[in-house]
Ligand binder design. Sequence first.
Ligand code: GCV
Length: 699
Amino acid sequence: MNNKLTKTIVLNIFLLLTIFNVYAQNGHELWLRNKSSVPVNIVCAKNSPTLIIAKQELQQGWQGQPDASVKLSITKNKAIKADGFRLTQNGIEATTDIGILYGVYELLRRQQTAEPVNEEVDNPSYERRILDHWDNLNGTIERGYAGHSIFWRKNDPFTVTDHDKTLWQQYARANASIGINGSVLDNVNASPLILNADYLARAKAIANVLRPYGVRVYLSVNFASPSTLGGLKTADPLDPAVIAWWKNKVKEIYSMIPDFGGFLVKASSEGQPGPQNYGRTHADGANMLADALKPYGGIVMWRAFVYTANDNDRAKQAYSEFMPLDGKFRDNVIIQVKNGPVDFQPREPFSPLFGAMKKTSVMPEFQITQEYLGHAVYLVFLSTMWEECLQSDTYQEGVGSTVARCTDGSIYPQKHTAIAGVANIGLDTNWCGHDFAQANWYAFGRLAWNDNLRSEQIADEWIKQTFYPAALEKTGSPLYSSDWRVNFLVPVKKMMMESREAAVNFMMPLGFHHIMSANGHYGPGPWWGPKNVRPDWTPPYYHQADTNGVGFNRTKTGSDAVSQYHEPLTSMFNDPATCPYIYLLWFHHLPWDYKMPVRQGGQSGRTLWEEICYHYDKGVKQVREFQKIWDKAQPYVDSTRFLEVQRKLREQCMNAILWKDACLLYFQQFSRMPIPYDIERPINNLDDIIANEFKHKND
Ligand code: GCV
């Protein structure tokens, strides 16, 4: 080979490597990969830690006209709320510094995603947009799949290192870039120790780093703290000594963290202490804490995730317990309600508490960490699930009383509005375990800012910011070349948009719920029901399969959970002919040969059993399709992220097949009907699956 030819080959390889950006990307930069050297002039009359960040971000990320002037102005404008802003053709207006910073991130996002700048006021839907970290003080994370806590650790727990501060700053920046303005630093299964001086000092150090980014800290507290930590004889919320203890504790916290957000409380739930231990109500407990926080502007987020082992349908219990208390809570208490009535299942109807509590502030709680959706293994874009919940019509104040509008202050005059997501963040280099799980952190923030956003837009933004190869921009290619759009953006977005439905299909289609393994809530386990375990923790309680049929009868002839919904939902859910098929087995116990109505998506002539089989099969096929989409995307992704996602999709596919085989073979014992012959035969034996279920630890 002559020298010239060798040189040309080497140069071409180099160019290809540059263009396809195949050098390592470890995912740590999240969606904030944009670095630009286009100069910009920033005009800003004021200075503050937050405004310094705003200016830096503009300087580092500006992609508009070179040398353009951008004016950042703090103005008085009643239309702009505290965190809101208005983008103009030559700058950003806001009433607060943090409003300016949010405006900067929005402007940069628009430049990077090639979206136009509209001169409209942009205010957040919710006042408080919060991440709940289920982080234990020893550094482990309950239902965390991305390594240990970024806040707490077992060894040398109270030294604050530079590395800690850098990580907290990066975390705060990521949150601010999507509008998240609160972090609950510790697990709702709270240790009383969080309130001792050492842990409070560390919380203060965290708060100091988060503050310039507009992120306030909150703490989960253990209701029994006055006795367990404070040495009092009781934690009865009406006891004067207990009231005084909390008042002093709150005073101490505010002396350290002046902008402290407030408390999150899991009380009288799953073994946690609560006011009921002392014969008091949830309102007594929440109001006592609210009174202590009130002088400082703090709030109480009191969780409605309560259920006890009785013969009442678990899906009904939160509503039954909280509805009689409507109107009895202080205005700085917000009842925090999980999206569905049971527990973050792949699909649930919305909790009937949304919209029903008309005289109490209510906030939605979503789960970003994928406890029931394949941990950090499955690629599941959760935005579609949250959108489904937020856009569900409760009908409580007429047509259009969506969950979003019932909680964001549009319908009820809530003093405070809030939304929470259980974080999926840990010490893993890419923060979330799975590169695509970052999209769920991103989506939560975007929906918390605007509860009317559509998932497709969110996916579009996230892909552009996370995967667009910086190298292409540098080589002067037009922004989002049609090749990149057609061969990467469009198929990857399609995969994300279908991913949650695919998971529902291969795990719990047609209204099935809570049929996962007790081993970390990961794989299938519809058979699991040891005698010594309370029934409402076992799958058979939820699927109720026998030779006569399958599903939980929550109609008026059953537990009557349907009556907790407003008409026309009660009637619609009550009748299998009108109940949306996605909730069919949630509300109905039906015979295996029940003929699926055509309007529900079943093909004419299909029985319920056949429909179940086809849904499981479809879920597996969807994941197979995702593998192809991702393999074809290889030229557009750096090798590290490509290989990692490819490996995880393989694992997801194996697990999808396991789910399908396990559920079809298990339920077939009751249906006694054949698996339709055009469906791939199971490749796993049920007895082997059951025998292997607990072989690996899945927490
Ligand atoms: C933090 C489910 C989870 C628990 C979690 C609980 C809750 O039961 O499995 O790990 O506890 O929900 O939301 O409080």
